[in-house]
Ligand binder design. Structure first.
Ligand code: NAP
Length: 248
């Protein structure tokens, strides 16, 4: 069964990791795919080729998620190219970890604009179209760090907590127009972002995960597919933790 057949889905930051897995999962389930990247141009081209083979339309857009005007233009380009938008997945994100007293203003601003402001920018621009259609599903990628906090990640935790507050507000504001907005809070997922961590640290964390393993990008993608599709049509304003039980 194709759960998102002929929908138009935008996934930000899909050249690698979780975003890439979400783009593939939605395409495998019949959605046409628009996705963004910033620096990984070759990887974006490879993903375009891979998705084309699944028999759906696909287009990669270079777009800096932290730039409001770029995000607004991105949504307008997608409407021009695909004629509508049904699913918006805000996934692009970065870390710039440091202890509070060593954290620069630049690293604070970079993380907040890339992870949080980006979500405001795309949701604001896409909502104009969602409201005309009286439908739309927004899936914002937060993190369990946005729920519990973490030493050395004050900027990242603030950005991801912000995504949760923002998304709940959007769900309340746009629900009456048939637009849903939900959040996925991944735990520790194996991607370039977490591969940068030292092995010693990884072994320590696994002890606190009830399922005793790190997650895979495809396990976040499966939740994103559920939230994007009509299987979740009475669910909005929710935060789903996909974390192997770590925050239980
Ligand atoms: P990743 O492997 O580092 O990939 C990050 C993606 O975001 C890349 O495709 C990158 O594109 C894109 N990106 C970064 N800055 C961007 C910008 N300014 N504009 C557009 N795209 C940008 O990260 P990941 O682990 O897949 O993480 C994806 C999301 O899940 C993030 O929001 C992250 O915070 C969240 N998350 C991850 C984990 C985890 O354990 N991995 C846990 C909780 C939450 P380019 O390569 O083209 O620059």
């Amino acid at each position: 069964m194709y759960l998102v057949k002929d929908k138009i889905s935008l996934i930000t930051g899909a050249s690698r990791g979780i975003g890439r897995a979400i783009a593939l999962k939605l395409a495998e389930n019949g959605s046409h795919i628009a996705f963004t990247y910033l620096s990984s141009e070759q990887k974006a081209k490879n993903l375009e080729e891979e998705i084309k083979k699944l028999g759906v339309k696909v287009k990669a857009y270079k777009c800096d998620a932290s730039n409001f005007d770029d995000c607004t233009q991105l949504i307008d380009s997608i409407i021009k190219d695909f004629e509508r938008i049904d699913v918006l997945v805000n996934n692009a994100g970065i870390t710039r970890d440091n202890l509070l007293l060593r954290m620069s203003e630049e690293d604070w601003d970079k993380v907040i604009t890339t992870n949080l402001k980006s979500t405001f920018s795309t949701v604001k621009a896409a909502s104009k179209y969602f409201m005309k259609q009286r439908s739309g599903s927004i899936v914002n990628i937060s993190s369990i760090i946005g729920i519990k906090g973490n030493g050395g990640q004050a900027n990242y935790a603030a950005s991801k907590a912000g995504v949760i507050g923002f998304s709940k507000s959007v769900a309340i504001e746009l629900g009456p127009r048939g637009i849903r907005c939900n959040v996925i809070a991944p735990g520790w997922i194996e991607t370039d972002m977490t591969n940068a961590l030292p092995d010693k640290y990884k072994d320590e964390i696994i002890k606190y995960i009830p399922l005793r393993r790190v997650g895979k990008p495809k396990e976040i993608a499966e939740c994103a597919l559920f939230l994007a599709s009509n299987l979740s049509q009475y669910i909005t304003g929710q935060v789903i933790k996909v974390d192997g039980g770590i925050l239980t």
